[in-house]
Write a protein that binds this ligand. Sequence first.
Ligand code: UDP
Length: 511
Amino acid sequence: MDIGRQHRHVVMLPFMAQGHMIPFLALARQIEQRTGYAITIATTPINAAYLRSTISSSTTPTTIRVAELPFCSTDHGLPPNTENTEALPNHHIITLFRASQTLEPSFYNLVSTITQQDGQPPLCIIADVFLGWSVNVAKRVGSFHAVFTTSGGYGTAAYFSLWLNLPHRHTDSDEFTVPGFPETCRFHRSQLHPKLRSADGTDPCSVVYQREIRLSLGSNGFLCNTAEEMEKFGLEILRRFTGVPVWSIGPLLPPAFLLNLPSPTDSNLSSLRSGKQPGITPENCIKWLDYHPPGSVLYISFGSQNTINTTQMMELAMGVEASGKAFIWVVRPPVGFDINGEFKAEWLPEGFEERVTESRRGLVVRTWAPQLEILSHKSTGAFLSHCGWNSSLESLSQGVPIIGWPLVAEQTYNSKMLEEEMGVCVELARGLDGRILSGEVERVIKLVMDVGEKGKEMKMKASEAARKIRAAVKKEGDQLGFSVKALDSFLEIALSQRGSSSLNEANGYPS
Ligand code: UDP
């Protein structure tokens, strides 16, 4: 792509959560690679240090810059040195959301400084949907603004519509329609997070989410981390809902992962992507997987910030063991215990870890696993996942069907879409309080992993999704996939809008 390299600056603003930082960094790399533009990612000091170390661990040269926005967690009632959802129990996450709103003045200062240094405002500001206030900053300096939604079209549209159309507790039926979605696509009360079920527009969650969503809807457009061909229905709803252009530019995944190539440093794709050290080396994990036949291993993970409770953990362990399938399970301390503390054997059935380790039936990994290496290994046959959007995309890009256990955020909507629209998921349980019995765990695992009709159909549909994903992100000479072209087209539009009066409402800066 050659749309002029001089003095083009893109400023990015991710929300402070692993599932947001990872795709934002991937997007920054993609824009840099396509255009050579200067890129600055703005975030709080601890997240900035994390991003810098992730960037510097890559062997690919980069000029991506990370700028710090001053932030002191204790000023906001958060534990010391806590700036990321990953280190927070669920009930504290809203405090981080509220605290993130206070970043507006320092972000404005940063963008103003960049404007003065460059002699013109940034080409665009690409910000997280949860940091909708950045639209105000973009308007003040005269930059094009895009929201980057790290979730898919369907999940984002459902999340927006459900938070903006409150309250839901007066719904007299368990099933109901959601504005923006067709009548036939009914949602269930149990798909709403308890906070959303009781929200009325005045509670802390409504106040924060409604404000940021409404501000985000004032953006010039949306970038969506999904593939057009894979998520036509969800994207159509999101486009209607937002009324602004939506560019489907994903999935933003490492090329080596999609091509099943060894990464530049052999086997640390996950660390290069997430910047985190896993509880097992990728080499040992791969060795363990090599020992098992193709499609025979179940991978279990609830993402970067969630965990389940002790009763659920026990039932899950018993069900997995009873299924007889081999598995890798990423464990974190259960709900109610220090999420950053040591994992205790007593949270699993007696002798569970010893038994499965000795028989090589199971691998229990502490806190963080090399997820990309696991999902791209031929032995992995299914993923029991919380249906976080990154995990869903990573799984589908490898043709791996999903056993869903959505917990929070837009995960229940993702699970619904994956099951009803795509046929690549069977939901096992729902929500943090989801009731789960070992017998049901065993049944669902067998349903998805055995070569019965359902298992075969899911595998076929997941492989079809993998094909669409690969086509969308293809970059071979002149042959560009839909998502690559969409990103180019977004940047061209940002360029063409530069200096337009609607972007320069009150800035006083040259454009
Ligand atoms: N991840 C990982 N190892 C883990 C847990 C998570 O590499 O043990 C990565 C995973 O590959 C994904 C991200 O962390 O890229 C999690 O994002 P997702 O949207 O799935 O869930 P969230 O953590 O935001 O709930």
